[in-house]
Design a protein. Structure first.
Length: 389
């Protein structure tokens, strides 16, 4: 490999949420942090170079995003996902979660009902509640070790909803929704005049044998009722640069979103996020391919280790993302006890499955985007702790 993903990077004392807030989150500092969805790999060299080159200009006054920024996104989506978009469809957001919140403000009214599909990324819940909208749950169903849509339940609930927030690929379950699944979901929403907000931040992180499909690429009609959120942050480990994109082919939807963006005046972003995003999408193919090869090995290793040494813990094998959803129900620990067991006995900082809502009970989410040695240390800790139960 051209890139060294085995290198151990010391992230302590860098104001890292993942490392430097361990005491606040887990009440102890000596846990291996595998919770926050960022990677323990260096941000790619071509991104670092772009930031350094811009810093050499030595003036950081007001800036805008040039045409080359938008074209890098257009070209990336065409090259990697065979999705042809226009640069005029792209708006800015300082992150996916802010974009979801702005979309809720733009497209719904207080007390409107919004569908989510738990267990799912927990900021979806707070985005709805904090904006005085109502949550409708359409829980996913686990079939043969894979999360699937419950279309029968969805059909009953769409009539009362104004919006559906989709996680594509799914976090934390790792399902990479197929074109057929998405087509059926999209058409059901169309029939009921329900807008779809599609969080596609993990789109680039898909394992071999699986194919990511942008929801809005399926048909013009579905695209016209869909707003898509993407970002280079998960793909290239640059979340702190707060640069994301909101894509809407429907001009009416785009204008409504832009009105909220302008009202709260966060549309300028920051110059380093702009140059970093452009570099990522222009030069990131080789790095990403090697990253996914490395994470694939980590995934296989995790599966084999659990099967052989900790069979009480079952892994829901992800089709995409670098997040592993662990079924810990056979440990027979109550929810609070399971959380404390992972922290105090195993010395591991995982995400508690209950954060992800209905269906998260008895689960933990583990981030495997780390050097092999870090992953091995974590699994050994877990094995020792389980053996002592």
């Amino acid at each position: 490999m051209k890139y060294n993903f085995d290198e151990i990077i010391n992230r302590e004392n860098t104001a890292s949420v993942k490392y430097d807030l361990r005491k606040d989150i887990f009440e102890k500092e000596d846990v291996i942090p595998m919770w926050v969805a960022d990677m323990d790999f260096k941000t790619p060299d071509f991104i670092i170079k772009a930031i350094k080159d811009r810093a050499n200009d030595e003036v950081f006054g007001y800036s805008f995003r040039p045409e080359s920024y938008f074209l890098s996104i257009v070209n990336w989506l065409k090259r990697r996902h065979n999705w042809e978009i226009s640069k005029d469809w792209i708006s800015f957001s300082p992150g996916i979660v802010p974009a979801v919140n702005m979309a809720i403000l733009a497209f719904t009214e207080p007390n409107d009902k919004i569908i989510i599909q738990p267990p799912v990324y927990f900021p979806f819940f707070s985005a709805i509640k904090n904006n005085n909208r109502a949550i409708i749950e359409n829980p996913l169903k686990l079939k043969n070790g894979r999360y699937c849509f419950d279309f029968n339940d969805l059909e009953k609930k769409l009539a009362d909803a104004k919006m559906l927030i989709l996680s594509n690929p799914h976090n934390p379950g790792g399902s990479v929704w197929t074109k057929d699944e998405l087509k059926r979901l999209g058409e059901m929403c169309l029939e009921n005049n329900v807008l779809i907000m599609s969080d596609e931040i993990h789109a680039d992180l898909v394992f071999k044998d699986f194919k990511f499909t942008p929801l809005a690429s399926i048909s013009k009609n579905i695209a016209d009722s869909t707003v898509t959120f993407i970002a280079p942050s998960k793909t290239f480990n640059m979340a702190a640069l707060s640069t994301s994109s909101v894509i809407a082919s429907n001009k009416e939807l785009k204008d409504k979103y832009d009105k909220v963006l302008d009202a709260i005046h966060v549309g300028l972003g920051n110059v380093f996020g702009t140059v970093a995003s452009e570099a990522a999408y222009n030069y990131g193919d080789e790095w990403l391919d090697q990253l996914m090869d490395y994470i694939s090995v980590n995934l296989d290793f995790t599966q084999e280790f659990l099967n052989e040494k900790i069979p009480q813990i079952k892994m829901i094998r992800p089709e995409g993302t670098y997040l592993v959803w662990l079924d810990c129900s056979e440990l027979n620990l109550k929810e609070k006890d399971l959380k404390e067991f992972m922290i105090k006995d195993a010395g591991l900082g995982f995400n508690d499955g209950r954060m992800f809502g209905t269906g998260g009970e008895g689960y933990m989410r583990m981030n495997i985007a780390c050097p092999k040695q870090t992953l091995l240390n974590a699994l050994i800790n877990l094995e020792k702790a389980v053996n002592k139960l």
